[in-house]
Design a protein around this ligand. Sequence first.
Ligand SMILES: [Zn+2]
Length: 206
Amino acid sequence: MGIETAGAAAVPRRSQRRFKQVREVIDALRHGTRRNTRRLAAKREVKQLSDWKDQVEVMVHHGKISVPYSWTVGSTLSKWYVLMRDKGEIWANRCPSCGKVYVPPKIKCNDCYKDMNDWVKLPGTGILESYTVVHYSEPVIQPQEPPIIYGLVKMDGADTAMVHLMGEVEPEQLMVGMRVEAVMSEEREANIFDIRYFRPSAGGEA
Ligand SMILES: [Zn+2]
């Protein structure tokens, strides 16, 4: 059925408006760009969606919902976790193209998109690049009661830094650039808490 033969006078006014809208889109397709068409349709939709607000008192309830979720860690992180659990060691992987060393490991290099099949064992020491102290409680997402210290640790032999808990240290003792070392958990379950935390190392300040 062609739009031109729809017989505008024979159909209700509402349908006429609808035909007009369709015709506008067809015209835009014929004479304009696809972008113009999308913009035209979006503009009309926004107007239709916002019309109702002129006629009602908008009442809003602010709430929060808990949304637990799970996802597979994939082959690369699985290998990393198993090495931590079974050997108590922290490994990284290295890009075969640019040589960048990632910990936690990546399946692809962020820069080159190459497969990361070259694994290197790290000594478990590093430098505290930044930190923050959390004083409020958020039981769903926080691993322990506050105060919690999160540190950004750049491990020796790696080019990336990772966030983890800091332990055996008071907040006032923390310094950016201080030497730290990983403390592995005694009971390891192949997850990020197989590293119990990072603590200041005997080497002291970097
Ligand atoms: Zn690379």
